[in-house]
Write a protein that binds this ligand. Structure first.
Ligand code: PEP
Length: 252
């Protein structure tokens, strides 16, 4: 009943022309499938070209951004607003990726404002959470992840939260080639779901999609996606190659 969602985070890669070519390459391999929600999240400047390619090819591929500001406009040099994203046909936005938290000083409070603003504007937030290796080794995974989920949804009403996606991405697994084991990933995705259940209720938690992210590849996607609490993947490296990303969407 939870439709799987596989989202590609292109990070700071590809020009607009390359991005359009990638989405065309992906579509060639997944055209016709509608069992899985496939989403691409290009850099901001690539969005118009990728949106045009999606429209031209009548592709059922979702378009996402990698970040946004919570305000609609204002003196925020270098930022992009939810209304600007909507004007380009964006439907999803990654919020609180660990690279933004670690490299750009994004805080739990900022993540909370962005999640709320995304929902208010009709964008689907893909809110990221996940522990560092040090935190995992210190036995703090549960506390860290629970806290990030609680902060991300702080004071957000139930009807708004229901449309969100949460991505559990252990930081030590991102870009390292060392994915979490399916059992470990499932355990923490289950914890995320229980935390949502405590914040709201079981119905909402059962309906919410929780992705795993961290070195997901064609060789491990089937096993990860077979786990009961994993409803999709947030993918970096493997989302930049059409055959690999298409294979993830076509997991079995
Ligand atoms: C990511 O950046 O969200 C990610 C999961 O990257 P990778 O798939 O390359 O580990």
């Amino acid at each position: 009943m939870r439709k799987p969602i596989i989202a590609g985070n292109w990070k700071m890669n590809l020009t607009p022309v390359e991005g359009a070519a990638l989405v065309e390459g992906i579509w060639k391999e997944i055209a016709g499938q509608d069992a899985v929600e496939a989403v691409v999240c290009p850099p901001f400047v690539d969005i118009p070209a990728v949106a045009a390619a999606i429209e031209k090819g009548s592709m059922s591929i979702g378009l996402g951004a990698q970040n946004m500001h919570w305000s609609e406009s204002g003196a925020f040099t270098g930022e992009v607003s939810p209304t600007m994203l909507l004007a380009l046909g964006v439907g999803y936005v990654i919020i609180g990726h660990s690279e933004r938290r670690q490299l750009f000083g994004e805080t739990d409070q900022g993540v909370n404002r962005k999640v709320g603003s995304a929902i208010d504007h009709g964008l689907v937030p893909i809110m990221c959470c996940g522990e560092t290796l040090k935190q995992r080794e210190a036995g703090q995974t549960e506390d860290v992840v629970t806290n990030q989920v609680k902060c991300g949804f702080f004071e957000l009403p139930r009807d708004k939260a229901a449309a969100s996606v949460i991505a559990y991405e252990p930081i030590w697994a991102i870009g390292t080639g060392k994915a979490a084991t399916p059992a470990d990933a499932d355990e923490v995705c289950g914890l995320v779901r229980r935390t949502v259940g405590e914040l709201y209720d079981d119905d909402l938690a059962e309906g919410m999609r929780v992705q795993y992210g961290g070195s997901v590849s064609p060789s491990n996607v089937d096993e990860l996606m077979s786990m009961p609490n994993i409803d999709g993947a947030l993918v970096g490296g493997a989302s930049l190659k059409a055959p690999d990303f298409a294979r993830l969407v076509k997991f079995s």
